[in-house]
Design a protein around this ligand. Structure first.
Ligand SMILES: NC(=O)c1ccc[n+]([C@@H]2O[C@H](COP(=O)([O-])OP(=O)(O)OC[C@H]3O[C@@H](n4cnc5c(N)ncnc54)[C@H](OP(=O)(O)O)[C@@H]3O)[C@@H](O)[C@H]2O)c1
Length: 234
């Protein structure tokens, strides 16, 4: 697709990987809306990007419905959804509590589903569109303390497979992108420590993969793409 003037909606575009994706799509000439919960952070990011800010929580259905109303009112159209917002909690199975479990699923799975559902309504009516689900290499294998985060990403991977099967006949391209470790605030925000150095991935590498996938001619699409650091040092 040609990204010039395309309308892209990026959840969690106020920081980390979503911000980098937003920047690369703005630089490619797209009209971009970003969402996030923290209004001050969101507005600062939108100003820096030249993007349209929509304060919304993907886990809240009324926010999801309002997000699409605001996008259509502001831009009159939608070409791309990037389902990027995600959180985690990392505990051993024996310590896992249901509140934390359901909180992660509400954002990473129910939120992704609701955002995808509303985008699909628009895309099916237009008979074209693009959904990029930012998943994780956590959807490919397990690791200690991964119960809820890894399960949520396996679920995103599963949903993506189904959406692809359902929506191809409507010319909707559904893509899954699996970053491995990326240097962002995700670790600090979600109770983990992260060693930062230049060998690790930045949001820019993930943004490159998303943009490249979108720019392929509409007759083709990349169903799934994993991005690894070449030689990460921890
Ligand atoms: N960093 C990594 O190593 C890594 C690796 C693989 C996959 N991923 C995935 O990549 C995605 C982005 O991660 P990141 O590293 O960029 O995280 P991040 O730096 O923590 O940024 C997350 C963004 O999502 C927003 N957000 C969180 N919950 C939200 C909600 N319920 N509704 C709307 N916005 C929400 C945050 O803003 P607010 O807090 O203001 O809402 C922020 O803008 C996630 O799905 C994550 O699972 C990350």
């Amino acid at each position: 697709m040609n990204l010039t003037n395309a309308v892209a909606l990026i959840t969690g575009g106020s920081g980390g990987i979503g911000f980098a994706i937003a920047r690369s799509l703005v630089d490619a000439g797209a009209r971009v809306a970003i969402t996030g919960r923290d209004k001050a952070k969101l507005d600062a990011a939108a100003r820096e990007l030249g993007a349209f800010a929509i304060q919304a929580d993907v886990a809240v259905e009324a926010d999801v419905l309002r997000t699409y109303k605001e996008v259509i009112t502001h831009f009159g159209d939608l070409d791309i959804l990037v389902n990027n917002a995600g959180i985690g909690t990392f505990q051993n199975l024996v310590d896992m509590d249901t509140v934390g479990f359901e909180r992660v699923f509400a954002t990473n799975v129910t939120g992704v589903m609701m955002m995808g559902r509303e985008a699909a309504k628009i895309f099916v009516a237009r008979n074209r569109g693009n959904i990029v689900n930012i998943c994780s290499t956590a959807s490919l294998r397990g690791a200690p303390k991964g119960t809820v985060y890894y399960a949520s990403k396996f679920a995103v991977r599963g949903m993506t497979e189904y959406w692809r099967a359902e929506l191809r006949k409507n010319n909707v391209r559904v893509m899954l992108v699996n970053p491995s470790e990326v240097v962002t605030d995700f670790f600090a925000t979600n109770g983990l420590s992260q060693k930062v150095n230049d060998s690790k991935l930045r949001g820019e590498e993930i943004a490159w993969a998303v943009k490249a996938g979108l720019e392929m001619d509409d007759r083709g699409f990349v169903p799934e793409l994993s991005v690894f650091a070449t030689n990460p040092v921890d």
